[in-house]
Design a protein around this ligand. Structure first.
Ligand SMILES: [Zn+2]
Ligand SMILES: [Zn+2]
Length: 122
């Protein structure tokens, strides 16, 4: 049982990394089932939770949207495709964003999501 858990964890962690963009539990399940027949949604949820607890994954929360998960990495932003519903990583950040904040306010973090059509859907 322990060995099976480890294998599921490795598969889930690897396919999120290989996807290169944040995935929903449903997307993880679809991809995972190609590599491991009999993989169920409850197992994916449990495995994702373990990887989150271990600090290997982080949640990508877009308001009003399903939570997605990605490999932990430096600060970056996301692009959500309005047609295929996929979310992509955008590298870098705009320093000038901070200048929008009124004097005397202290920023702790920020989230920024672009919406539009990805290359395949545009
Ligand atoms: Zn798209
Ligand atoms: Zn990301």
């Amino acid at each position: 049982m322990q060995e099976r858990n480890t294998r599921q964890r490795q598969i889930v962690a690897r396919l999120i990394q290989e996807a290169g963009h944040p995935l929903t539990v449903r997307e993880i399940l679809d991809l995972g089932q190609r590599q491991m027949s009999g993989l169920g949604i409850a197992t994916v949820y449990r495995t994702v939770k373990r990887l989150l607890d271990a600090g290997e994954l982080q949640a990508v929360v877009i308001p009003g949207d399903t939570v997605r998960y990605e490999t932990v990495k430096h600060h970056h932003h996301h692009f959500k495709c309005n047609r295929c519903d996929r979310v992509f990583d955008l590298d870098g950040c705009i320093k000038e964003l901070k200048s929008m904040v009124p004097r005397g306010f202290k920023v702790e973090n920020h989230e920024l999501t672009f919406y539009g059509y990805c290359r395949s859907c545009a």
